[in-house]
Design a binder for this molecule. Structure first.
Ligand code: MSP
Length: 512
């Protein structure tokens, strides 16, 4: 069996409801997955939930329920978000699943047997209220901030994973593997981090402090802690230990936010894999943050946008369009509802939505609801076709290079071109004339608009799958599974029945 294109998102923490940041990462990954499918790849697309840890245990305690209840509820919420966003994942992993715990324990045992994991005393400051270790760095004006309550110095035995011995190998790997991290400038962050000597990684917590984790197979008094558990999800879902594994691994892309590249994904993960003799993932696709009033949108800042509110009101595709159009992958982007509304109204409702309804309207009135054949090619047609040629020439490579915001910009420039063409040809005027030349121009203009619209939505498909299919249905165009041949201008729609006039992007009912 041939190797699949394996793409993953980060797995979300089960410590709060999903927000715009989580939704964005899924949309971004989904666009890559859908694009690869169109390019002919067989894709495995994984997303999931990171369920163990102190915070989950604490919120369950507060609610007086078992931690798994909190996780089940959040798993439902996050999966609900995936379906509301039309995310085409093939698998959803939860770190509390048996398949995952088995793999985590298997690799822990392997590394322990190889002598890569050892037990040692750990000395540090511990916040009793937050139930976590804190470091001097967290002090403000020489004092522990109020939120930590009492901070005491404790010595605790724990297990450590030997990172330090792989430092030179990792530096070398990152330096020689320029394509590994996208955008490339992020490699510099990794190399900067690796300038300091690496400390070995504490991978355990004693059960008396944290029970909600995967038990160490070689010491039942401890559970493994955070990253060792979470990162392993990528190989669990790939079928580690079974025949299926080679079909998926190495992952082609781990899609993650910039906050979790260094050290977890770019340092811990490659070293874990190297120590296990497993190939490294091919690439990391590292996106920036959605900001709200200048800072990262997150549960702790409280300034979060609930994507479901926007999806409810404007539809999944409008949401997908907005985040993809606004975010230059790798950079940060500020969210504002004004910006959302302006994109919705001008790009979607006015430019695309009006074009579709105009065409349906005119085809109904002047061509008995059928797309005519193009009969002539004059300056307006030539101009629009030339615009398409330059647009089409760029689109696939913009998608391959994750320049989705630019690809959308080009597509919408072409949509404006179609609207301009309609103004120039003015079919509503041609329809008033009985002259044969005007009638031929009328039929040609409708055919040209329909074909141009078909082409415009080809590469919108991975971004706005529902709307694109709908538009194709309305103009009699076929859906397709492969991109091949789709971007070529033809007279493919002649004779196809046009659908009823509909409003694709209704104005919002409530003020937002
Ligand atoms: N559980 C870890 C990841 C483990 S992966 C083996 C985690 N979870 S998270 O819920 O905090 O974040 C999940 C993903 O959402 C991360 O890639 C993170 O960067 C992304 N985002 C969270 N907030 C974000 C924004 N405000 N903007 C964009 N994405 C950000 O980290």
């Amino acid at each position: 069996m041939s190797k699949k294109f394996y793409i993953t998102t980060a797995i979300d923490y089960a410590n709060g409801s999903p927000h715009l940041g989580h939704a964005y990462e899924k949309v971004l990954t989904d666009i890559v997955a859908r694009f690869r499918r169109l390019m002919g790849d067989e894709v495995k697309f994984l997303t999931g939930l990171d369920e163990h840890g102190q915070k989950v245990q604490m919120s369950a305690q507060k609610e007086g329920v078992a931690p798994i209840e909190v996780c089940d509820r959040l798993a439902e919420e996050f999966q609900g978000l995936c379906s509301a966003l039309h995310i085409s994942n093939d698998d959803y992993i939860r770190t509390t699943q048996e398949r995952h715990k088995t793999v985590v324990q298997e690799i822990l045992q392997k590394l322990y047997d190889k002598g890569e994991i050892y037990k040692a005393d750990y000395n540090g400051f511990y916040s009793v209220r937050q139930e976590q270790f804190v470091t001097e760095k967290e002090k403000v004006d020489g004092k522990w901030p109020e939120i930590y309550g009492d901070v005491v110095e404790v010595t605790e035995s724990n297990y450590f994973f030997k990172l330090a011995q792989y430092q030179d190998w990792l530096v070398d790997t990152i330096k020689t593997n320029e394509q590994m991290i996208y955008p490339r400038f992020r490699s510099a962050d990794v190399l900067q981090f690796l300038k300091e000597p690496l400390n070995d990684l504490c991978i355990s917590r004693p059960k008396e402090r944290l029970e909600w984790g995967v038990e160490l197979p070689f010491d039942p008094d401890f559970v493994t802690y955070v990253w060792f558990d979470a990162l392993t999800n990528y190989i669990t879902a790939a079928g580690y230990g079974s025949e299926e594994f080679d079909q998926h691994w190495p992952a082609d892309y781990h899609v993650i936010g910039k906050d979790i590249l260094v050290p977890p994904h770019a340092v811990y993960w490659p070293i874990m894999l190297k120590a296990l003799d497993i190939e490294l993932p091919k690439h990391f696709l590292v996106h920036g943050w959605w900001l709200s009033s200048g800072s990262k949108m997150s549960k702790s800042t409280g300034e979060v946008v609930n994507p479901l509110d926007l999806i409810d009101q404007f539809g999944a595709d409008a949401f997908r369009y907005f985040v993809t159009r606004e975010m230059n992958v790798g950079q940060d982007s500020e969210f504002s509802i004004e910006l959302f509304m302006s994109r919705y109204n001008s790009d979607l409702a006015n430019d695309l939505g009006n074009l579709v309804s105009r065409l349906l309207n005119m085809a109904g009135r002047y061509a008995e609801g059928v797309v005519p054949a193009a009969e002539i090619e004059e300056a307006p047609e030539k101009e629009l076709k030339t615009l398409w040629t330059t647009t089409a020439a760029e689109l696939v490579s913009l998608f391959e290079d994750f320049q989705f915001h630019k690809a959308l910009d080009r597509i919408f420039t072409f949509v404006s071109g179609i609207n301009r063409y309609a103004e120039t040809r003015a079919p509503w005027k041609l329809a008033k004339s009985e002259q044969a030349a005007d009638q031929a121009a009328l039929r040609t203009s409708l055919a040209t608009m329909a074909e141009a619209l078909r082409l415009a939505v080809v590469m919108l498909t991975p971004v706005m799958p529902e709307i694109s299919d709908k538009i194709r249905g309305l103009i009699g165009a076929e859906n397709f599974e492969r991109l091949e041949g789709q971007l070529v201008w033809g007279d493919t729609l002649a004779g196809k029945a046009i659908g009823e006039k509909t409003i694709l992007f209704p104005r919002p009912e409530r003020k937002v």
